[in-house]
Design a protein around this ligand. Structure first.
Ligand SMILES: [Zn+2]
Length: 171
C-alpha cells in the first residue's frame, strides 16, 4: 500500500525527510508496515493514528498538497478465501494474492478533494500551553480554550481517553 502511494504521488519512499504525512486508521502490524514502507513514523510526527479500526491510510504530500486514501477493495477478503486451494493455509493464500494481484485490484483509491484538515491534524509544533486543570504542559496547540480557561483535552472532557492526571472532582 505504501509503495503504491509513493508511485501515485511521485515520491521516493521510504522517505528520509518529512514531506509525506500518513494517517493510519488502525493500529497493529498494519501501521508498522506502513511506517517501514513509507518512512513515516509517529516519532517523527509524519504519521498520525486515528483509530477507526479500518485497515486504511491516507497519504498526503505536504508540498504539492495532494493526497489520497487507500483501503483494501471491498470483497477482497472473500475473493482470496474463495481462491484458496485445498489445504492451502489462509496466510499463504493472502501472501500469494498480494504478490499476484495489481495494486488496483488490491486497493480502493480515493483522491482527497480537500486537505483543509491537515493543518488541524498536524497542530502547531512550536506551541506550548499549560492546562489550568491538571497543570501539565500541552504541546502542539492541542489545548482547548474557552471561558477564559486553557485546558488539555482530558480536563476539558472532549476526549474518549480519560487517564489519570486530572484534579479530583474534575470534569
Ligand atoms: Zn489538563
Amino acid at each position: 500500500m505504501g509503495v503504491w502511494a509513493g508511485e501515485l504521488l511521485g515520491l521516493e519512499l521510504p522517505q528520509k525527510g518529512k514531506r509525506l504525512l500518513v494517517v493510519v486508521e488502525t493500529d497493529g502490524c498494519f501501521a508498522d508496515g506502513v511506517s517501514v514502507a513509507t518512512g513515516c513514523w509517529l516519532g517523527r510526527r509524519t504519521m498520525r493514528l486515528l483509530d477507526y479500526g479500518r485497515v486504511a491510510a491516507t497519504f498526503v504530500d505536504t508540498q504539492s498538497l495532494r493526497g489520497m486514501r487507500l483501503a483494501p477493495r471491498p470483497g477482497l477478503r472473500e475473493q482470496v478465501q474463495q481462491g484458496r486451494r485445498l489445504g492451502q493455509r489462509r496466510w499463504d493464500a493472502y501472501m500469494e494474492a498480494y504478490q499476484e494481484l495489481s495494486a488496483e485490484e488490491l486497493f480502493r483509491l480515493e483522491w482527497e478533494p480537500s486537505l483543509d484538515w491537515v493543518g488541524e491534524l498536524v497542530g502547531k509544533p512550536s506551541q506550548r500551553a499549560v492546562c489550568a486543570g491538571c497543570g501539565e504542559e500541552v504541546l502542539n496547540g492541542r489545548e482547548v480554550r474557552g471561558e477564559g480557561l486553557v485546558l488539555c483535552r482530558a480536563c476539558a472532557g472532549v476526549s474518549p481517553y480519560q487517564p489519570a492526571g486530572r484534579p479530583p472532582g474534575g470534569r
